[in-house]
Ligand binder design. Structure first.
Ligand code: GTP
Ligand code: SPV
Ligand code: MN
Length: 618
């Protein structure tokens, strides 16, 4: 399509302004057709950036290898440029928006020379849903254009929906590598050096300016930039929630379903839980989203979650027919692989795929790689953050209502992270406020190798630390306000804190995880029905030791350990929250949260003194 096919004067003017400034060789408006996708991908193949995979093994699929400096989101180079610094808050990098725009304009001048500028008109959420948001990404990257085609709804139908004066979020992106006359990428992934990368958000004007990175959430601007950072700001203003959550449907043996959302930090198991195959007979799970959910009240007063993406950008290493067959099957065709290894017969391979490397490989950096199991220090063939991009519709367990424009009514919200100790397998909040408190203290324990002086835990509130587009204290307050706006507290989802990552002192998993997590989902389902076996404890409502059937390999002792209330561990936790964590929010921290912390401490102290009224089963 051509720019003259667009009937929205505001959009046309912006496209002209950007193309005059960034000086691409040509401008191309995506219509969203498959032929167009093929043609754009072909261009990457000709540039040597994309490698077509064996059509008998992975039909219509391609491998990209990025630059070693451009392999993941870069939080250090991500900015919330609100007019006032205090509105960006303690969890964000801030630069004055006027200054940042000036810096970026200098970088953007002429930055698309030698390239095509793609106009991607996209919808986050099903096209036509009153809850969806339209964005327009202008990018000089074929990789981004093809990924956006899979991850979002793109092209003609969205352009029609936008009409002549519809609102859209301006998303500007450049890889930051202009080409000299006659120069090509020559097989080298284009990007700018780290100090020139900027992932910039202007929340008041709902704009995103990204420069210098072509990878993932830095460049596919519909995902973390729009559907989380900018969306959190819109959600605050409009009374809803934009969250880093999967959405799943779980159905019991009688055929009754409930919807559950879950927020875990990056690389902590959302894709795996969303596509889980229950090990308990008669239960099934279907997927609606593996990363992002938008939640708002329906007319019936219940909270509804809408899936906003159209594809999965999933972590590859560790994915196998054993750990996540649904993800494996979703990524068999029409898939983009990034930074995995290539086999001699042009298939892909990675660590944890479930079988040995077949012969000589080319690793993610383009070097020959032969598996040597004796060498425990061998560098992996695939980058730990290598990813697959696959259409959600190809997932065998996709839920038939995943594109419902109203979303689905949520029964339970789960928070979780990697916590080798202290946090039990599961506990339930007493109320929405208590649940908001639990979300606010989510953390993932980090290894000794990671530099994070102090507690050894990276707090990641609601799994949203890198994605809250405004002051995190205000965000907590917004959560409380949404809860208080419920027609009745009984209509609200119940909130749970889960932890699949408990370890023994020897460092072995105490809980097998993956499909076995269905046992915990069953207990959560029963809690929603009001029939679960529960016990009141100082930290919240927990399963009795016999409430959850034990998986093979988990002894009764293990189960007791998994469900134990570690009073001393929790008192340390309280101490860390009170002294190191909550003070970072200053006077923006809602009073209800510090009161909930006080209450928790009192309950724990009572239990320690042996005066606990409720749980002391030990
Ligand atoms: P993002 O896409 O980065 O947001 O990640 P995610 O939250 O979707 O994480 P994902 O499901 O891709 O899992 C990340 C890693 O955690 C993989 O290596 C998984 O194998 C591992 N993992 C997932 N679920 C479990 C579990 O229940 N137990 C254990 N031990 N590991 C798990
Ligand atoms: C995450 O980091 O949470 C992801 C990958 O889902 S990215 O899209 O790169 O943000
Ligand atoms: Mn994610």
């Amino acid at each position: 399509m051509k720019v003259s096919d667009i009937k929205h004067p505001g959009l046309v003017a912006w496209i002209r302004e950007v193309s005059d400034y960034c000086t691409p060789d040509s401008v191309y408006v995506m219509d969203g057709s498959v032929d167009e996708y093929d043609a754009i991908m072909q261009k990457s193949v000709e540039n040597g950036i994309a490698i077509p995979l064996n059509p008998e093994k992975k039909p219509n699929s391609f491998l990209f290898r990025s630059d070693p400096s451009d392999v993941a989101r870069v939080e250090k180079r991500t900015f919330i440029a609100s007019a006032k610094q205090e509105d960006a808050g303690p969890t964000n990098n801030w630069i004055d928006p006027v200054e940042l725009k000036k810096t970026l304009k200098d970088l953007y001048r002429g930055c698309m020379k030698g390239r095509t500028m793609y106009v991607i008109v996209f919808s986050m959420g099903p096209v036509g849903s009153e809850f969806s948001k339209i964005g327009v990404e202008l990018t000089d990257s074929e990789y981004v254009a093809c990924n956006m085609f899979i991850m979002t709804r793109v092209g003609r139908k969205v352009i029609e929906e936008l009409g002549t004066d519809g609102f859209f979020i301006h998303c500007l992106h450049s890889v930051g590598k202009p080409l000299a006359d006659g120069e090509t990428d020559g097989g080298k992934w284009p990007c700018a050096p780290m100090e020139k990368k900027y992932i910039a958000h202007f929340p008041e004007t709902r704009e995103i300016w990204s420069f210098g990175s072509g990878y993932g959430g830095n460049a596919l601007l519909g995902k973390k930039c729009l559907a989380l950072r900018i969306a959190t700001v819109m959600a605050r203003d409009e009374g809803w929630l934009a969250e880093h959550m999967l959405i799943l449907k779980i159905t019991n043996p009688e055929g009754r379903s409930r919807y559950i959302t879950a927020a875990f930090p990056s690389a902590c198991g959302k894709t795996n839980l969303a596509m889980l195959i229950p090990t308990i007979p008669g239960w099934t799970v279907h997927t609606l989203s593996d990363d992002i959910a938008w939640l708002r009240y329906g007319k019936d007063g219940r909270l509804y979650a809408m899936s906003v993406e159209a594809g999965f950008f999933g972590v590859v290493p560790g994915t196998s027919m054993k750990s996540n067959p649904n993800a494996m099957l979703a990524a068999q065709k029409n898939t983009i692989y990034t930074n995995v290894a290539l086999t001699e017969d042009k298939d892909v391979w990675w660590e944890g795929i479930g079988y040995d490397a077949p012969g000589k490989l080319i690793d993610w950096q383009g070097n020959e790689w032969i598996q040597n199991k004796a060498d425990k220090d061998q560098k992996p063939s695939s980058h730990p953050n290598s990813r697959f991009t696959a259409p959600a519709s190809q997932c065998p367990c996709i839920s038939d209502d995943w594109e419902d424009p109203r979303g689905v009514p949520v029964s339970a919200i789960l928070f979780g992270g990697r916590r080798p100790s202290t946090i039990p397998l599961v506990h339930m909040a007493r109320s929405w406020t208590h649940g908001t408190f639990l979300g606010s203290i989510v953390g993932s324990e980090i290894t000794a190798a990671t530099l994070d002086a102090g507690s050894g835990i990276r707090r990641d509130p609601m799994a949203m630390k890198p994605f809250i587009g405004y002051n995190a204290g205000d965000y907590f307050n917004h959560w409380l306000k949404v809860g208080a706006a419920a027609k009745s507290q009984d209509l609200l989802p119940k909130i749970f804190y889960v932890n699949w990552f408990r370890k023994t002192p020897e460092g072995k998993w105490l809980w097998p995880g993956y499909g076995e997590n269905s046992r915990v989902l069953k207990w959560i389902f029963e809690c929603c029905d009001g029939v679960a076996k529960t016990v009141d404890t100082p930290i919240g409502i927990m399963p009795t030791v016999d409430a959850i059937d034990r998986p093979e390999g988990v002894s009764e002792e293990d189960m007791k350990e998994l469900l134990n209330v570690d009073v001393d561990g929790w008192l340390k936790e309280v101490d860390d929250i009170r002294n190191n964590y909550y003070p970072t929010f200053g006077d923006r921290l809602p009073r209800q949260l510090s009161e909930t912390l006080d209450e928790l401490e009192q309950r724990l102290k009572k239990a320690k003194a042996g005066k606990c009224c409720c749980c002391c089963k030990k």
